[in-house]
Design a protein around this ligand. Structure first.
Ligand SMILES: Cc1cc2nc3c(=O)[nH]c(=O)nc-3n(C[C@H](O)[C@H](O)[C@H](O)COP(=O)(O)OP(=O)(O)OC[C@H]3O[C@@H](n4cnc5c(N)ncnc54)[C@H](O)[C@@H]3O)c2cc1C
Length: 317
């Protein structure tokens, strides 16, 4: 027994003496607070509507650069997305961005949606291809529609002087023929007029930083903003990640092990995990973050606070 304890102790001592030294991350006061944006989804029920607006009101004083509202698969939330974005324009100090996809609609119909946004005072579109609705197989362009996001970006440019953001994939879009082809596609979207890329969420910081290197080498100079997903429901995130091509590292599984019935501890772990991720990105010079809020403010608020973002006095109620 003593012999085993001695061996374990000498292993620890050995690692302590010869292992890598990890330098401390810079403290937020040494860095300017980053620019933030928050993503919401349009609510389906009255209860979800209340949850969304509580979330919006809690995050509003943090002064995000913009907030975006998603567009349901197959364009299923067209009216709800529009209503949510229009209310953000009318009732808040926030600058909304409307997500818009190519799925299931002709160019004329998509253009009409974009014109309605322009008329409602919305000047920022997140232009996406979208996916086929669940159970309908792989994506097929509408015969008279925009086939890919790059085509939609070009179409939007003809309609108004929108600010246009597009999607980027640090781990490559699942349907892309190769990482290089996917990067060429991102370049096409920028060349068509997009001014920012927002990434699919990821958990391995190194993957994002390598992607930045490759994008810069490919001549992409617009901001590439990391999409941050604070993980409150690990099992759900694991399933969703398998569909959208995000790797869930084994160590993450171990962090959430045994917490299925313990949401409170899960949320604390989630906050610690996301805080570590954003601080590491911030230490590597990333100064803009897009949060997938899932219409819940608490994790996003806490992580923004850790990044050095504070409520802006003018925006306080
Ligand atoms: C930040 C963000 C927000 C999102 N918001 C929404 C949302 O609100 N609603 C929603 O439904 N989905 C949303 N999505 C998901 C997105 O719609 C899917 O990931 C979709 O599969 C791809 O959309 P895209 O705009 O990246 O497509 P594209 O940029 O058009 O690319 C799609 C695929 O086609 C390939 N490709 C592109 N052009 C060509 C070509 N000419 N020939 C052959 N292949 C080509 C690309 O490499 C890629 O594999 C979002 C994703 C992100 C990252």
């Amino acid at each position: 027994m003593n012999h085993l304890a001695d061996r374990a102790a000498s292993g620890t001592l050995q690692r302590w003496l010869t292992g890598p030294r990890v330098a401390g991350l810079p403290v937020p006061t040494e860095l300017p607070p980053p620019a933030l944006s928050f993503e919401f989804f349009p609510p389906r029920t009255d209860a979800l509507e209340q949850q969304l607006w509580a979330c919006v009101r809690r995050l509003e004083p943090l002064g995000p650069r913009f907030v975006s509202v998603t567009y349901g698969a197959g364009g299923s939330t067209q009216e709800r997305t529009h209503a949510t974005v229009a209310r953000l324009v009318r009732e808040t100090s926030l600058t909304p961005a409307a997500h818009l996809t190519c799925v299931g609609a002709s160019r004329g119909e998509v253009d009409d949606v974009a014109r309605r946004y322009w008329e409602a005072g919305v000047r920022h579109i997140v232009a996406l291809r979208g996916d086929a609705p669940a159970g309908e197989g792989s994506y097929l362009p509408h015969p008279e529609g925009y086939a890919y996001a790059a085509d939609l970006v070009a179409g939007l440019r003809r309609i108004g002087d929108f600010e246009i953001s597009v999607a980027a994939y640090p781990e490559t879009h699942p349907a892309a023929s190769s990482p290089g082809a996917d990067l060429d596609n991102l370049k096409r979207k920028i060349d068509a007029g997009a001014t920012r890329a927002i990434t699919q969420y990821f958990f391995d910081t190194e993957v994002f930083l390598r992607f930045l290197d490759r994008a810069h080498a490919a001549g992409i100079t617009v901001p590439i903003v990391p999409g941050i997903l604070p993980v409150s429901n690990f099992n759900q995130v694991r399933k969703f990640s398998a569909m959208c091509g995000t790797t869930v590292p084994g160590w993450m599984g171990r962090l959430f092990e045994g917490l299925d019935e313990d949401p409170e501890t899960r949320r604390m772990v989630a906050a610690a995990l996301a805080a570590e991720q954003v601080r590491l990105l911030q230490a590597n010079g990333v100064d803009e973050f897009h949060f997938y809020t899932l219409n819940r403010a608490d994790l996003t608020y806490a992580i923004a606070h850790i990044l050095g973002v504070r409520p802006q006095p003018a925006a306080l109620p």
